[in-house]
Ligand binder design. Sequence first.
Ligand code: F6R
Length: 613
Amino acid sequence: MCGIIGYIGHEPTAEIVDILLDGLQRLEYRGYDSAGIAIMTEQGLEIQREVGKLSNLVRKTANLDISSRAGLGHTRWATHGRPTEYNAHPHTDGQRQIVVVHNGIIENYLDLKQELKAEGHSFVSETDTEIIAHLIEYYYQGDLKAAVQQTLKRLEGAYSIVVMHAKEPNYLVAAKTSSPLLLGQGQGANFIASDIPAILRHTRDIIYLEDGEMAVVTPDKLEIFRIDGTPVERPIQHIDWNLVAAEKMGFDHFMLKEIHEQPTAFAQTLAGRLSENSQRIFLDELNLSDEKLQSIQRIVIVACGTAYYSGMVGRYLIEQLARVPVEVELASEFRYRDPILDEKTLVIAISQSGETADTLTAIKLAKQQGSPTLGIINVKGSAITRVTDGTLYIHAGPEIAVASTKAFMAMLAAVYLLALHLGQVRGHVDQSALSDHARELRRLPRLMEETLSKVEGRVQEVATRLLRYHHSLYLARGINFPIALEGALKLKEISYIHAEGYAAGELKHGPIALIDPLMPVIAVMTESAAYEKVFSNLQEVRAREGLVFAVATEGDERVNEVADEVIHVPAVPELFSPVINVLPLQLLAYYVALRRGYDVDQPRNLAKSVTVE
Ligand code: F6R
């Protein structure tokens, strides 16, 4: 949720403010209700904080002329305490010597606050973070590392923190439990960050901290310990993302850029996994032998939000192609039930960030119960990948816009591969069927490009009509039902128009009561076995003066009988249609939000990685 950056270098640099703000800008998708930086100076700590978007802090610090060796930065997504300047990070102790940035929630902060108040500490914010700074002050006896160690033993909850002390300017201390944190090894300087893009400009050599670990970071060394002081040796990982991939490249927004990157993202997920002659699927990274896959009796997919909808598409595919029963579960529900799991149930976590708290806990639960586990993940080395038996990386590259698009597409590519692999291993997909499906999969990136270029103008016209409504209903059937849900999620999260996704067959069981001229219906009704059924559902809508926008297959003119506006997309077999059909819905959400004047990349109240429950 919140974004953290820490920097410590050999020599003082006049770039320090830029280094911190640039890192924060690349983390702003993690939270953006306030931001702050703290810089070590000879006179003490220079702290600047501002409410609202990072641009406000950039303006505030424009004339700050400091050269320094060390500093911290933070973008906040409020949990405890309103988004005000005094609640913004960094927070300090009573003497303004110790400074802390924090991501997560300290669950016992009220008890600790009482205890510290009784010791004479007074607080200026409503946050749980300020307690950490005061607790370190309480334990501090000339050794910051030791004081942090003692403090960590008192904290309950989820946190990643970075701490700096004005009297010990030669090192930073970092620690984490549950929330993500990584160390970066640069040239003459080292870094700490909650996510890779923050430090990509400076280094691609990183080490993830694990739960219960802390680190002492100097300009030369990255030392890792368990909280009890036991040293930890961990090799440096080289990340192959480049900075260009994390920039807008001439697009107005990351979301639009990422929508257009989807053909590449899909192709990258397939790359190296479909043999040239389409005879085999290579998924060695599953770490599950063919015998193990043959013995699986059931699959449970756990995920949240958009990733969950990719799992729903996965259910259709795996059940159809591999004939294994699949359940798709919201990770936030699954983890609080007492799910029935065993060694014959494969549990799959799907997540772009690999850090979503609920998905992570759900997959840990499955592992504890003896189920084989698999991650379908974008971010290399992220928390979920460190838990699962195998990881199928989706290779979508950095996804910066809060609303997920290209990661969803790459997740779809991964579930196609997985379904075909399972189908082949379990004897339900023969050689000729595999070749046919593989051919279709390979054709899709080009078809996606064609679709994007054909529909974008038309979608903008439809967006102009949709933007004045306050509510909307997305309908589809079969494998496109999850696409209706995803289309509705995209619209609501960035345009703030209330949008519900429904299986079209459910219309008569309640939602039809909502239909009137103020409730537009967006229907996905491309060629499929259920076309006639959706057609009649829309006739029912029209009979009640409902307005219909339809996504239909090129050449389908009949759709005009039931739709006021039609967006035509190229023909594709039904099994692969979600890949094409989601494109106009993503663009529709984008253009509606744009026309309504909202911040598309950073919608209100949201954060990219949901690392708290
Ligand atoms: C919606 C969106 C979210 C995420 C969800 C899971 O556009 O981005 O619904 O899909 O928070 O995130 P990951 O995939 O990182 O686990």
